[in-house]
Ligand binder design. Sequence first.
Ligand SMILES: C[S@@+](CC[C@H](N)C(=O)[O-])C[C@H]1O[C@@H](n2cnc3c(N)ncnc32)[C@H](O)[C@@H]1O
Length: 207
Amino acid sequence: MDFITLVRNQFLKEPRAYHPQHLTTPEKMIDIVSAWKGLELIIDDLIKRFGLSQDRCIEFGVEFGFSSVAFSNYFKQVTGIDTFEGDEHTDNKEAHYEKTKKSLLAYPNIELVKSDYKDWIIKDTSRYDLAHVDIVHNYKETFECGLWAARHSDCTIFHDTESFPEVKRAVIDIAKRTGQKAYNYPHHFGLGILVDRHSLRKKRRNQ
Ligand SMILES: C[S@@+](CC[C@H](N)C(=O)[O-])C[C@H]1O[C@@H](n2cnc3c(N)ncnc32)[C@H](O)[C@@H]1O
């Protein structure tokens, strides 16, 4: 992390507002209820704005698969990690792995893994082009899962920064810890965005 970024991030109180230049409806979507609805329109903009590769995407917090399907339009492989048991903030608290698996059969590039993020992050050492964190919206879990995601991907996005202040606080603290650039898109309950400019620059140099 360079010195200027380090100092600037220590005083970070509010991420910079993200203004998409274009909204794009992905070709294939799934007709299910989700608080994520609307955010699928900015995935293409994020990819183009930050020059993300489109090979590997990981998502923590799949539920019924709305965001996974949105990502599957843009990335060759999407890995979705979820306990599929719901949490204190979800309406659904029933086991839903089989139901989600069945309804995502039509999207062969999505791999679902029934796992707690805690078990996944101790064994996965690979890198991703995009990571998405949308698990239980507490500070501790979002910070722990998000810090791993930020260290293993070029761009990490976090849902519910507006509806859960603890999620936004975790995003700000991860930006401070990693030196990554932080943005916030305030619509559809809020999307925090962290960009690892260092790894993206390195990737571009090696192309
Ligand atoms: C808000 S929902 C995800 C919504 C989804 N992204 C969408 O597009 O509609 C949160 C999900 O996180 C999962 N979850 C909560 N805590 C988790 C944990 N520790 N590890 C893995 N998944 C978790 C829940 O089971 C739930 O399905």
